[in-house]
Design a protein around this ligand. Structure first.
Ligand SMILES: Nc1nc2c(ncn2[C@@H]2O[C@H](COP(=O)(O)OP(=O)(O)OP(=O)(O)O)[C@@H](O)[C@H]2O)c(=O)[nH]1
Ligand SMILES: [Mg+2]
Length: 237
């Protein structure tokens, strides 16, 4: 068993899940993986189950009955990680948007430097986004500036979903009190960590738009983030 866990939330990722699992396990550093699947209808969790024999005590699966959002799936995964004594807990998407080869940098930054959180960032020097259309680029960049303006948080990529947290951070934050489910969940977690004086570092990543499978992004997720940031700032969360 490793001391670092990569949590991959999935909903209908049959085109990606096997490839991403093999890809993480072919890294030199031994990470464990927890897939948190919301009862995908396309066979995603059955693929994970079939791989568990190949990776005993390294690959784990939690199936949630209801699809209640990315945030809820991560909270479930975090609680599982804390119960199972992981020291470093990493969030990563299933769709290869996040560079697998940077997992070790996220981990090393928390382990060897005096940081509690390491964020894979598109918006620090050296960070990039490949293949996004203009509309998505503008939306994401606007979101990042908006969040900083409202909350004053010293992080450039607050919506990033490629993050390593030390267990102490997730122990300190009240996971039962996380309000948001979509992108806003990513912002809320970083905001609460910062408010609790945890030290955060951003490292540059190249984010690549998904090549396989379908997006789960929708306008209610965006609206939640816009309103949620204001609520958070004015302490309604
Ligand atoms: N368990 C769970 N996973 C989800 C849910 N929504 C999205 N995911 C997963 O969360 C990760 C990020 O979702 P994406 O659909 O890639 O969201 P995105 O990156 O904003 O959108 P695209 O990359 O444009 O598709 C993926 O691994 C999804 O399968 C959900 O409600 N439950
Ligand atoms: Mg994606």
């Amino acid at each position: 068993m490793s001391n670092a866990l990569v949590i991959i939330p999935t909903y209908n990722e049959k085109e990606n899940i096997e490839l991403i699992i093999h890809s993480v396990f072919s890294e030199e550093m031994a990470f464990d993986i927890l897939v948190v699947d919301d009862t995908s209808t396309d066979g995603t969790y059955q693929i994970v189950q079939s791989l568990m024999n190949e990776y005993p005590n390294q690959l784990f699966l939690e199936i949630r009955k209801d699809k209640t959002g990315l945030g809820a799936a991560y909270i479930h995964g975090f609680k599982w990680a804390l119960q199972n004594k992981y020291q470093y807990i990493i969030e990563m998407d299933a769709d290869f948007s996040h560079p697998v080869e940077k997992l070790k940098v996220l981990y090393a930054t928390c382990k060897n430097e005096a940081f509690d959180i390491c964020v894979g960032s598109r918006y620090v020097k050296g960070g990039k986004i490949n293949n996004w259309d203009k509309k998505r680029l503008i939306l994401s960049r606007f979101a990042s500036k908006y969040v900083r303006f409202i909350t004053r948080i010293p992080i450039k990529d607050t919506t990033s979903g490629f993050v390593c947290y030390k267990r102490e951070v997730l122990q300190k934050i009240d996971l039962d009190n996380i309000r948001f489910v979509g992108y806003a969940f990513q912002i809320e977690l970083k905001y609460k960590a910062w408010k609790n004086n945890f030290k955060i570092k951003e490292i540059p990543i190249t984010f690549v738009d998904r090549v396989r499978g379908k997006s789960k992004m929708n306008s209610s997720i965006i609206l939640e983030a816009i309103l949620g940031v204001l609520k958070m700032r004015f302490n309604k969360v």
